[in-house]
Ligand binder design. Structure first.
Ligand code: NDP
Ligand code: MG
Length: 388
């Protein structure tokens, strides 16, 4: 019998994290859950730890540490507190794959630590590749680490490429649902509320990515993510709106043939594939029925309204730290929108202003990214202060 695969889930209490635990629970013969982590949701982390009995848990928020420690004292589970502990737990020798399911820039350092500890990465945390794709991919190569995409579009491309790795990709099409405001004019977009923005038509996700989907920033981040995962030029990456979210993405090869990966929108499938690659294992996920979807539609993105997508392409052309600036600006702006300090449309305007007012730096190191992230956050906080 094959040994079970040791798994760490960074961000086990989130949307991706909890779905990953469902996948692991369904396959006790395949996986050995070693580590789970949360930022502050100690109640759910404790519940998960008591159920799955991992080797260790990390609670990033120190003020929740004692609660977790007390709840797990009688179990043989190590409890750590603070963000730094994330960098240490990923090094455990029993871990083979680290699923990065935390949200935002905070994923960068633990992902880097996991790569340096020679752990394969199941990457949900797209912000890591957006911020520092060149450093991450170089380090992964240096340490012989594979990065398996979890994002549904990138998993689709990855699945289409199975058996095709030596064939030339002409281009890829990343599909986008269009979010809750598809077809809106700029005037209509000005008055949308937080509640409307948090209602995604097809996917149940964490708040940050749900807002990113509504602003189309998510697709912009995914364009940058695709560049690094599949080594593509900006002109090889196209985005097409597909409101039903059944075709998860498409690869077009240089003979003109196109391969698409399809299925009902359910993140458990790409999560599972990232953990079992190159194998597929049986699942009970609901199956797609063609008769429920007599037509699948495709349309262009209205870039005159949703300007974030072009900003992402601009960053690909400029290179250096520009995508790091875009990501940091967007994280601060989305947070301010969720706190109802700025309007929906402000998010994309702030992203644009940040890119215009901060000069990108060429050939950055990891330290450069950390600095630029801080500078951008400070600048954007000032911008928000001046408008709210
Ligand atoms: P959630 O907000 O639902 O979950 C985030 C998880 O990360 C939680 O466990 C949270 O802990 C933890 N976390 C948050 N901030 C920090 C921090 N600063 N340090 C350490 N841990 C932290 O997010 P999602 O699951 O929706 O998304 C996770 C990532 O996956 C994102 O990068 C997203 O873009 C990507 N993704 C998500 C998809 C989805 O369907 N949800 C689809 C494709 C990609 P706590 O609960 O304690 O706050
Ligand atoms: Mg996606």
């Amino acid at each position: 019998m094959q040994a079970k695969k040791g798994i760490a889930i960074l961000g086990s209490t989130g949307s991706i994290g909890t779905q990953a635990l469902e996948v692991i629970e369904a396959h006790p013969d395949l996986f050995d859950l070693q580590v789970i982590t949360a930022k502050q949701n100690s109640t759910l982390l404790i519940e998960q730890a008591l159920k799955f009995k991992p080797n260790a848990v990390v609670i990033v928020d120190d003020s929740e540490y004692q609660k977790v420690k007390d709840a797990l004292w009688s179990e043989e589970i190590h409890v750590y507190g603070g963000a730094d502990a994330l960098n240490q737990v990923v090094e455990f020798k029993e871990i083979e794959v680290v699923l990065t399911a935390m949200v935002g820039y905070a994923g960068l350092e633990p992902t880097m630590s996991a790569i340096r500890a020679k752990k394969n990465i199941a990457l949900a945390n797209k912000e890591t590749l957006v911020v520092a794709g060149d450093v991450i991919t170089k380090e992964a190569q240096k340490y012989g680490v594979n990065i398996y995409p979890v994002d549904s579009e990138h998993s689709a491309i990855f699945q289409c490429l199975a058996g095709e790795f030596h064939n030339t990709i002409e281009k890829i099409y990343l599909t986008a649902s269009g979010g809750p405001f598809r077809g809106y004019s700029m005037a209509k977009l000005r008055s949308v509320t937080k509640e409307q923005a948090l209602k995604h038509p097809n996917w149940e996700m964490g708040q940050k990515i749900t807002i990113d989907s509504a602003t189309m920033m998510n697709k912009g981040l995914e364009v940058i993510e695709a560049k690094w995962l599949f080594n593509l030029k900006p002109e090889q990456i196209d985005v097409i709106v597909h409101p039903q979210s059944i075709v998860h993405s498409i690869v077009q090869f240089d003979d003109g043939s196109m391969k698409a990966q399809m299925g009902l929108p359910d993140m458990k499938l790409p999560i599972q594939y990232s953990l079992t690659y190159p194998n597929r294992v049986a699942s009970s996920f609901p199956r797609f029925n063609f008769l429920d979807y007599p037509s699948l539609n495709f349309e262009g993105v209205d870039q005159s309204v949703f300007t974030n997508l072009q900003l992402a392409y601009d960053c690909l052309h400029v290179g250096g730290t520009s995508a790091c600036i875009l990501n940091a600006a967007n994280e601060v702006a989305v947070d301010a929108f969720l706190k109802e300090r700025i309007s929906f449309i402000d998010i994309q305007n702030i992203n644009q202003e940040a890119l215009q007012s901060i000069d990108p730096i060429a050939n950055p190191t990891l330290e450069t990214y950390l600095e630029v992230d801080l500078i951008t956050r400070k600048k954007v906080t000032e911008i928000i202060g001046s408008i709210s």
